[in-house]
Design a protein around this ligand. Sequence first.
Ligand SMILES: Cc1cc2nc3c(=O)[nH]c(=O)nc-3n(C[C@H](O)[C@H](O)[C@H](O)COP(=O)(O)OP(=O)(O)OC[C@H]3O[C@@H](n4cnc5c(N)ncnc54)[C@H](O)[C@@H]3O)c2cc1C
Length: 439
Amino acid sequence: MGQYDVVIVGGGLAGLTTSIYLAKAGLSVMVLEKAKQLGGRSLTVNKSGALLNLGVHALYRDGAGETILRELGVELKGANPPASAGAMWNNRVYTLPSKPLELIASRLFSFSEKMELTRLMLRLGKMDPNRIGQISLKEWAEREIRHPMLRHVVYSVSRANSFVPHPELHLAGPAIRQLQRTFGGKAFYIDGGWGALVDDLRERAIRAGVAITRQKKAVEVEHDGTVRRIRCADGDTIETRHVVITAGPKEACDLVKNADSTSLTKWKAAAKPIRAACLDLVLHRLPDRGSNFIAGFWLDQPIFYNFPSTVAKLSDDGSVVIHLIKHLGMHESEPETDLLQLEKAMDLVQPGWRKEEIARQFLPNLTVSHDFNRVDKSGVCHGPAIPEVRGLYVAGDWTGHGELLADASFASAKRAAQSIIADNRSRRGELNVGEGKII
Ligand SMILES: Cc1cc2nc3c(=O)[nH]c(=O)nc-3n(C[C@H](O)[C@H](O)[C@H](O)COP(=O)(O)OP(=O)(O)OC[C@H]3O[C@@H](n4cnc5c(N)ncnc54)[C@H](O)[C@@H]3O)c2cc1C
């Protein structure tokens, strides 16, 4: 399959982003994607004419992702949802107040809780998350929030926006930064789903000269302390001096010859993936008796829902897209029980929804992130370079340097590209030009 300056394993957000930076810097780049489609976990699936992401997906504006997309010229189309959320507690639906009048009228909170909530929101808005120190979200909440009910609200919103249902392990600083973004209205739903973002990145990669190959699985990165070539499952080999792996830490280890003698093995052992069970629904319309909150937080169960189609264009015929998620965190999935729990949750907020159902996808055990910002990691960051093998890099959500989720994928992709560009400058070699098409 020839020779490229850089081969990238994976055609998700991280792989495509890395490829664009590198190709724009004049390097010849090939992306290998083992699946039929590009996108990885940012795929969007068409079900009966409606566009479903793999579970609830919101891009948080003002982070690394938005900055990098802007830098690459990607224009985001979609909308920020208005503050309209429900809170579920003891099998009842309440409004989660976002305005003073709603707070006064709220039946969810006592007078004393309302007073503390007002003070808490003011304080949260002004806090500098970098100055919180290496404590967990739980430790912070127990120190700062007197009423247990308000702690439930903080934990529920935090797990919905970070997918981490472990406040005892979740590092407080990044968790609070993400809360500030949520309360600051930074969540953004993309027209056409996240697949539209993938399509846009793919187009830009091709225009920049990247060769993209689908249904091509990398099986081994060969090296002798310096990257030499990459082998594919179909027997092809590609000569290269740089490889960027955007798969998770376990797959990365499996790919690299003698991974045991590299940092990758240590990183794999330390990573704690977080998972989720997702029920994604397409309905003709919302049932009459249902609530019309755009998002809903269960305070007493690790469940969340949103209706992105209220603000983003996800169908042509007005059908409604709903994402329900059960945060499994580090726990095992129990597909049958989890599905029943999600359907029951839906019964509570949208009684009568079953008659309106057009299509669904149930994804019982998705890895949302291969690792998260944990208090026990105490500032340890992975990548972009694998120090023991010259020319080998990692990118993806588990290689964030404080960022989370897609922001970590984007930011690590840029770090990997910058390191390769710098390394390439320090080496001599001929440049090959990619073919710039999807093979
Ligand atoms: C249910 C769910 C909800 C989410 N919600 C949000 C959200 O609201 N906000 C947010 O910011 N993020 C969210 N995320 C996370 C976001 O989707 C991911 O961070 C992002 O898609 C990861 O991109 P990536 O390129 O790093 O990894 P991936 O998307 O996993 O891409 C890796 C690619 O590598 C390919 N690959 C692996 N091994 C090989 C091999 N050997 N050879 C060739 N190809 C290979 C895979 O097929 C895959 O396409 C969510 C994720 C899930 C699952």
